[in-house]
Design a protein around this ligand. Structure first.
Ligand SMILES: [Zn+2]
Ligand SMILES: [Zn+2]
Length: 234
């Protein structure tokens, strides 16, 4: 579940067909749009060792497996940014298929992960509940293909949303916190608009303007572009 689209949700969906690869040295990325929400399931891996992670496998596992095989990524873990179905719905099955552990999100999203089958039924998407092997907290670090990421806890869109930052390559895995020209929607019973804006301003905008981010839906952007032009942050 995605960004704050205001009332024009159809148009927003139409623009969510992103394919990109990050040419960051040594750290490679590929995006596989999954589920009817066109969520940017992201493969991140080290270009030399090919070791890497699948981030937010919401569903359409056949397409994720195909990308893994075609790119030759040796998947060492699964990472979940938050507990929404389009991000976590396929995590349990992918874990079984690959035999790897799951890291994230923050434990405040446990109720959403416990609830995935019900979330799926509401949208006609098959999904299983999942329990991560490791919950993430503010200030934790995790490794993807030998590259270190800092964990920022950024609640608001969901209580347990996490953002992952690789300072060496200035790359951010954003989930549904901040988008190109938008922010995560907060019209859920557990949503918190003020918390979301506070997390963006106090944690994300502190990063340099040249940090590129891959978000859960739509095109990639940079912190600088959103600092200057995002209408939700002015
Ligand atoms: Zn989403
Ligand atoms: Zn979401």
């Amino acid at each position: 579940m995605e960004r704050d689209t205001g009332k024009n949700e159809e148009a927003a969906f139409a623009s969510m067909t992103t394919k990109s690869s990050e040419p960051a040295k040594g750290l490679r990325a590929a995006i596989v749009p999954v589920t009817p929400f066109q969520q940017n399931c992201t493969l991140l891996w080290d270009g030399s060792s090919m070791a890497g992670a699948v981030i937010d496998p919401g569903g359409d596992l056949d397409q994720i497996h195909k990308a893994i095989d075609e790119l030759g990524v040796k998947v060492e873990k699964i990472i979940i940014t938050h507990g929404h179905i389009d991000h976590a719905g396929g995590a349990s099955d992918l874990k079984s298929a690959l035999g790897v552990e799951i890291e994230g999100p923050h434990t405040a999203d446990r109720f959403l992960l416990d609830n995935l089958a019900k979330q799926g039924a509401a949208y006609g998407i098959p999904a299983k509940p999942v329990t991560p092997d490791r919950w993430l907290e503010e200030g934790d670090t995790l490794s993807i293909g030998g590259h270190e990421f800092e964990v920022l806890h950024c609640p608001g869109h969901s209580p347990g949303s996490v953002v992952l930052v690789n300072h060496a390559h200035r790359l951010v895995i954003m989930g549904d916190v901040l988008f190109q020209g938008s922010i995560g929607r907060t019209d859920f019973p557990y949503g918190d608009h003020d918390a979301l804006i506070s997390a963006i301003k106090t944690k994300l905008l502190k990063l340099g303007d040249d940090y590129t981010f891959i978000c859960g839906h739509g095109p990639t952007s940079t912190i600088g572009a959103e600092r200057r032009g995002n209408p939700f942050l002015t």
